[in-house]
Design a binder for this molecule. Structure first.
Ligand code: SF4
Length: 357
């Protein structure tokens, strides 16, 4: 148990961005103190503004050679789909007509696609539309490199030349190889994820950072993961935001292994810990309304969150692994703004890189 002077010392460390593993474990086990500080830091950095981006997800293929145990999205080649360019362009056009400024493109790991195919998608969209392309996770970059007999850096350079603006920091899951060996044994290792992200940042391609929580990981694993993200951010400054992603239990093998769903209380601890550990290096903490549902997502505004995942317009990965009754695929900007106002906060539409529209 810490006394008053210990808590003063901890408070100074938090303010200076020097939270250590043991401090974070203490905070995770003393959430009242954690929650107060997370809310204070959020208010100081972001005021009462909660931002959102008008975006559209396009999952261009569900064919995937990987076998992550939490995935309800992937299909074998003979059962899955691969969108053609007309279908992709129709989706982009529909999104732009609804005000989207960002197109987020991710898919399964298709066995036959090479770097030219991935570049082609970006180039054709960029030819017709003035939108930010947020595409291809580090796992996809790794896969493209393998399929194209190239290094990951060369792949990133080609994608950037084609018009890639930023990449999703998905596939991080939890940066602990002993857990990855159980939940996604064929996914790239932690060090590779970190290497690809740092390379992207060095090439001027920013990314988000994510954490998959609520499966078989411990509090300590979550903390170690966030500390790794902080180290990268201190070095590169390339993360736009941190996004905790709650594990969805339905229709997947990992869900059958995890007996108890995690509570709203744990959601709050995870979000608040991220705010406190990442302070002052990462100012933006996003809640995913697709994962938490809108009501619980609103509550996270009181535990360090200053951004809510975008309008999306299409969401397949979470929908397939969760209860249909709690999962929507689209929130209009008006709906999202009302949700933010209903929670007592001020909505602001942002660009992908946190400029204001
Ligand atoms: S999570 Fe992604 S990489 Fe893993 S099986 Fe599903 S689609 Fe494939």
């Amino acid at each position: 148990m810490k006394d008053g002077s210990d808590l003063d010392g901890l408070y100074e460390k938090i303010r200076a961005g020097r939270v250590e593993r043991e401090d974070a474990i203490f905070l995770g086990r003393n959430p009242h103190y954690l929650f107060c500080i997370a809310d204070e830091l959020r208010e100081e950095k972001n005021g009462d503004v909660v931002t959102y981006v008008v975006n559209r997800n396009i999952n261009f293929t569900n064919i995937c050679v990987n076998t992550c145990k939490f995935c309800a999205f992937r299909e074998e080649k003979d059962k899955g789909y691969l969108l053609n360019m007309d279908a992709i362009l129709n989706k982009v056009e529909e999104a732009v007509n609804r005000g989207a400024t960002e197109i987020c493109i991710q898919g399964g790991l298709h066995p036959n696609l090479v770097v030219e195919d991935y570049c082609e998608i970006i180039k054709i969209i960029k030819t017709d539309f003035n939108v930010h392309i947020h595409a291809y996770s580090p796992m996809e970059i790794y896969h493209i490199a393998k399929n194209s007999a190239m290094g990951e850096e060369a792949v990133l350079k080609e994608l950037k030349k084609a018009g890639l603006d930023s990449i999703p920091g998905t596939a991080a899951e939890i940066l602990d190889d002993s857990i990855r060996a159980i939940i996604c044994p064929k996914k790239l290792k932690s060090d590779k994820w970190i290497e690809i992200i740092k390379t992207a940042h060095r090439l001027g391609i920013p990314s988000t950072a994510t954490l998959l929580y609520g499966h078989i990981e411990s509090l300590e694993c979550r903390i170690d993961h966030i500390l790794k993200i902080r180290d990268i951010q201190k070095e590169t400054g390339g993360f736009t935001e941190f996004v905790p992603l709650k594990f969805m239990r339905r229709n997947n093998e990992l869900g059958r292994m995890v007996k108890r769903p995690i509570s709203l209380f744990v959601d709050a601890i995870v979000h608040a810990l991220a705010r406190v550990i990442l302070h002052p290096y990462c100012s933006n903490l996003q809640v995913s309304w697709v994962k938490l549902g809108m009501s619980d997502a609103q509550k996270m505004f009181y535990f360090g969150v200053n951004d809510i995942g975008g309008t999306l317009m299409e969401e397949n990965i979470t929908r397939l692994a969760s209860s249909a009754s709690t999962t929507r695929e689209y929130m209009s900007p008006e709906d999202l703004e009302q949700v933010i106002r209903d929670a007592g906060r001020l909505p602001e539409r942002r660009t992908t890189l946190y400029g204001r529209e």
